[in-house]
Design a protein around this ligand. Structure first.
Ligand code: DOR
Ligand code: ZN
Length: 347
């Protein structure tokens, strides 16, 4: 049995760092393991321009532990007013790595998102021309569509047509949650790749709703069925380069997770690579972890893999229930907090 595993240092292609005291508390948890991370732009005041991205990147860099070489990669929050020239300048200056689509009201801080996809055509045309990636929160938000069908509806109504209208635009469908999305990505790669979170490899809607309601497991897109979870596990461990790591680690203060309505988002950064390693171990696929965590995402983004490595070992440890934040937010609940994880990072 493998007891130790050394892999190229991984990257996290989808993280919410927030800002201020919250960012100061959570950035070190990602920087501990990952070489780079795609920083989501859905702040209370979204990151919509290259100038905002430059400032936010400096704030995130300042939140790194001393000596850390971790690099946040910035994204542009698309609105109906996004300026293609600003996007292109930001991309050429190395400030923007990708565009991010939030369908309006799909999730946390998505109120300024896009209601009419045609209105971002000019930006998408520009991204296609300059080779900039297009990331999306792939859920259809029409209230007539059942929440468990939102991802499939988005594929049918939006993403499928987009891939045809912009055949040269490279895309990432983020946080896949359904067997249908797994199949779609496989059929559309290399144009479309997909990220898979650690928690969607473990949690089903029955875990979330079947034994008392669990806001700690509640996120968007919501966890789906056991059949979907199995399809996600098969995809992640397949060794196919179309699927790669993106945690969607999304911290919320305990008071917001325990509120009515509860905030959507699961904070996995303190336990992310450890959870992926446990899942790959359960699937007998530890040899596939490095591709998924450290190579395929970088390749899709046109980045070189990180130059160094991390080592994991099979050893149980207890996950802290919360991490502390300075100020009124006080504590952020951690995924699996208080429970055991079977793999850990050798410091
Ligand atoms: O559950 C979620 N939380 N899904 C998202 O897409 C956003 C995130 C957040 O920002 O909290
Ligand atoms: Zn997210």
């Amino acid at each position: 049995m493998t007891e130790r595993l050394t892999i190229t240092r991984p990257d996290d292609f989808h993280v919410h760092f927030r800002d201020g005291a919250m960012a100061a508390a959570v950035v070190p948890h990602t920087a501990r393991v990952f070489g780079r991370a795609i920083a989501m732009p859905n702040l209370a005041v979204p990151v919509e321009t290259a100038a905002q991205a430059a400032e936010y990147r400096e704030r995130l860099r300042a939140a790194r532990p001393p000596g850390s070489r971790f690099e946040p990669l910035m994204t542009c929050y698309l609105t109906h007013d996004t300026d293609p020239d600003d996007v292109e300048r930001g991309f050429r200056d190395g400030l923007f790595t990708a565009l991010k689509l939030y369908p309006a009201h799909a999730t946390t801080n998505a109120a300024h998102g896009v209601t009419d996809l045609r209105r971002i055509d000019r930006v998408l045309e520009r991204a296609e021309k300059i080779g900039m990636l297009f990331l999306m929160h792939g859920e259809e938000v029409d209230p007539a569509i059942d929440i468990f069908d939102r991802e499939e509806a988005f594929i049918d109504l939006r993403l499928g047509p987009l891939t045809e209208r912009f055949p040269g635009l490279k895309m990432v469908m983020e946080h896949l949650t359904t067997a249908a999305a797994v199949d779609f990505v496989s059929a559309k790669f290399p144009q479309v790749a997909g990220t898979i979170t650690a928690h969607h490899l473990e949690v089903t809607r029955t875990d979330m709703l079947g034994h008392g309601m669990r806001p700690d497991l509640y996120c968007m897109p919501v966890a789906k069925t056991e059949r979907d979870r199995k399809a996600l596990r098969a995809a992640a461990t397949s060794g196919e380069p179309c699927y790669f790591l993106g945690t969607d680690s999304a911290p919320h203060p305990l008071a917001r997770k325990a509120a009515m309505p509860a905030a959507a988002g699961v904070f996995t950064a303190p336990v992310a690579i450890e959870t992926y390693a446990s899942v790959f171990d359960e699937e007998g696929a530890l040899d596939k972890l490095e591709g998924f965590a450290s190579l395929f995402g970088a390749r899709h983004y046109g980045l070189a893999p990180n130059p160094d490595t991390i080592t994991l070992e099979r050893a149980g440890w207890t996950v802290p229930a919360t991490i502390a934040v300075d100020g009124p937010d006080a504590a952020i609940p951690v995924y699996r907090g208080g429970g055991q994880v079977r793999w850990r990072v050798v410091e």
